[in-house]
Design a binder for this molecule. Structure first.
Ligand SMILES: [Zn+2]
Length: 145
């Protein structure tokens, strides 16, 4: 982390609190605005990261490039939450899921369009970028068609 107080505020628009401290990967939000969900790939060792990281913890390289999270992931697990970070109280309850894409995993919200009884471990899902009120951006998982 550099010194100084420069903050790229684009991350403040993203709905997941844990992303807000990340400043080097702000292009993530720019891509979301284009409807793309992106992770980072280490150019030295090839490791894939989601959420995107600016530094590789495998080989310590900072030489990273973006890749788009595409295709289907398999639902590894999901959990219905009744508590939410500040700002999310209105959307309770919601379901969080973990999709396995093989080389990496993506954690995120499961679309409310999917009835809870239809969710099952192993089902194929795809991420979709959505806009929330207040011009906030988020991605959620929907059933692969
Ligand atoms: Zn690496």
């Amino acid at each position: 982390m550099g010194k100084g107080k420069e903050q790229d505020t684009r991350f403040a628009r993203f709905g997941v609190v844990s992303f807000t401290a990340v400043t080097k990967v702000n292009d993530f939000i720019g891509y979301l605005q284009e409807g793309k969900l992106m992770g980072t790939r280490c150019k030295r060792c090839g490791k894939l990261f989601f959420p995107p990281r600016a530094d590789c913890f495998e080989c310590l390289s900072s030489d990273m490039e973006w890749f788009e999270v595409k295709g289907r992931g398999k639902l590894l697990s999901f959990a219905k939450l009744s508590y939410a970070p500040v700002g999310f109280e209105k959307v309770l309850p919601y379901t969080l899921g973990l999709l396995d894409f093989g080389d990496f995993k993506v954690f995120g919200w499961v679309s409310k369009d999917i009835p809870e009884e239809e969710l099952e471990v192993g089902m194929e899902m795809v991420p979709r970028v959505v806009r929330l009120e207040g011009d906030r951006l988020l991605y959620e998982f929907v059933k692969a068609s």
